[in-house]
Every structure is written in C-alpha cells, then in structure tokens.
Ligand binder design. Structure first.
Ligand SMILES: C[S@@+](CC[C@H](N)C(=O)[O-])C[C@H]1O[C@@H](n2cnc3c(N)ncnc32)[C@H](O)[C@@H]1O
Length: 293
C-alpha cells in the first residue's frame, strides 16, 4: 500500500513513481488508517464536507446545515425522487435526505473503507431499502443514461483530473429536466501562478476547478446554469474549525490510528487553506445546473 502523502504528478496521464494514477492515489488516501481515523472522528463517520456556520460553531451541526441548504435549493425532492451522490464518502447526506424525504438514493464512491462504513450505518439507520452503495468512479459512472432526477456532490470533484468528463457523465445519467447540485472547493477565477501549491499539497492535488470553469463547461455540455452561490466565508471558518478540533483531539486521533506525521502535515495544510481563503484565492458555494427538458 502506498504512502497516503504520495505526490501526484502534473498531467492526468502521468503516473507517480510507483506507477499509480490520481484515482489510485485518492483511493489509497481515503482507505488509509490515517485518513479514516481523522475524517471519521472529526465528522463522526457521517460526513466529510464544508459546513455552514451561520448558527453554530459545531462541525457536525454545520455539516448537516449544508445538506439542508442544498436540499432547499431543489424545486422538489420527494418520495421516489432518484438521487445519485457522486463521491459520497460515509453517505451522511443520502441517509439524511432519504430519511427526511423518502427519496431513492445511490451513493457512488471510490473508497471501499468508506463504503463499508456507509453500508453499516445505512443498515443501522434502517434505510437499506432507500440507500444503495456502489463502488466506482465518477469519471465513469456505472449507471444508465437518463436515470436520475438529481445528481448530488459535496466537496469531491476537486479530486479529479478530468472534471469536464465528470460533468459529461453527470449530464448523461440525468433525466431531461434533472438537476446537478454540488459544492466543490475551487480556486478563484483568476489566481496568480504558483500561489496555490501549498493548497494542492494537503490533498496531493494538481489543480482546482473554478466557478468560471464549472459555468463554461456546464454550458458547453448543454446545462442551464441556475445558480453559483459565493459562500467562501464558510470554507474559511470550516478549515479553521477543523484545525482547532484536530489540535484539541490530537491524542484521541493518535490512539484511533492516525500518525503524528499525517496529523502534523494536516495542521499545516489546513492553515494553508485558511490563508488562501483570506487572500481571496479560493471559491466555494452551492452550485445548481439543470439539464434542459
Ligand atoms: C472530501 S470527501 C467528501 C465525501 C462526501 N461527499 C461528504 O460530503 O461527506 C471526498 C470524497 O470523494 C471520493 N472520491 C474521490 N475521487 C473519486 C472518484 N474519482 N470517483 C468517486 N469518488 C471519488 C472520496 O472517496 C471521498 O469520499
């Protein structure tokens, strides 16, 4: 198994020194003891996404608030609505909306460790008839054309080196009139060369999307862009809160399997994201696109 801090090369076709591509590196990262101990402890094995801190400083409460705000952005979500979550992590969002609205949810995710925890938590929640968990990649979604009312994604597409292909796959699996609802940590539309390298280093990325990239790519595919909300303040608060909770729970995270090397690098990595947000080099918020009827 590769080191979770393995460096990814620059081109999507390039492989790292062990012959691994970006999807192998990401899968190994999220399946590692380090990442699983960190994410499952900080978010309680439910979520790994940016929260909304209007009414709380608690990461888990804020994470639920993002899910609720996203669901509110949809004109309808009801019993029978077919929702696909791409890059679904531990599946917290799909369990929450399946429990609230009775929709039929599919969780598509690269990490087998997270999918095992997702299946367990879905069973405990009594939602196995509503939430299906599939191992796979969002660059090649293993679902038929025109089969979903909503494709949902939170803070996952940043990991792809083929974001245009991800959007094309989303367009393909949506029904006419269906919605693509997502968040993704982005760079600002215009950023000086080189300033984002410390941001990329936290997750072994080699680029980030931008609101302009998503708008232009979505429109070129035939989507109508409904909204792109600037909510960068929450990204800034979120990474600061995660850093604080990491430091406060450092020994517990160590006991649960995270290494000091991983945790120390994560503290620096989170600081770098806060600094980049303060400098206006990042962008984040709820984005909604519609496939025309
Ligand atoms: C920051 S986590 C977000 C998880 C989840 N969306 C949430 O909000 O809790 C990023 C997720 O993207 C998944 N992921 C990364 N690259 C992927 C790919 N190419 N295909 C499918 N899932 C991927 C990872 O396994 C991880 O669960």
């Amino acid at each position: 198994m590769s080191s979770p801090m393995l460096k990814v090369a620059n081109s999507e076709l390039e492989l790292d020194e062990q012959g691994l591509g970006i999807r192998d590196v990401t899968e190994n990262y999220y399946d590692s003891d380090d990442a699983n101990a960190f994410y499952s402890n900080i978010w309680g094995g439910k979520d790994i996404h940016i929260g909304l801190y209007d009414d709380t400083q608690d990461i888990r409460t804020a994470s639920d608030a993002t899910i609720d705000k996203m669901a509110d952005a949809l004109p309808t979500v009801a019993s029978g609505t077919r929702v696909l979550d791409i890059g679904s992590g531990y599946g917290g969002a799909m369990r929450r909306i399946a429990g609230q609205f009775g929709c039929e949810a599919t969780c598509l995710n690269l990490s087998k460790v997270q999918n095992t925890i997702n299946r367990h938590n879905t069973q405990v929640a009594g939602l196995t008839d509503k939430v299906r968990v599939v191992h796979g990649t969002f660059e090649n979604i293993p679902e038929p054309n025109g089969s979903y009312d909503v494709v949902w994604s939170q803070d996952a597409i940043l990991h792809s080196d083929q974001r245009g292909q991800v959007l094309a796959e989303v367009f393909r699996v949506l029904k006419p009139g269906g919605y693509f609802l997502f968040t993704d940590p982005c760079q600002a539309d215009d950023v000086p060369d080189g300033v984002l390298q410390p941001v990329y280093d936290r997750l072994q990325l080699n680029s980030l999307g931008s609101f302009r990239f998503y708008r232009d790519t979505a429109e070129a595919l035939g989507f109508d862009v409904v909204r792109q909300d600037d909510m960068l303040d929450h990204l800034r608060i979120h990474y600061d809160r995660v850093r604080e909770d990491l430091i406060a729970n450092y020994e517990t995270l160590r006991k649960n399997g995270a290494s000091t090397d991983y945790l120390d690098k994560m503290i620096v990595g989170l600081e770098n994201w806060v600094k980049a947000a303060d400098a206006g080099h990042l962008a984040w918020g709820i984005q909604l696109m519609r496939k025309p009827v």
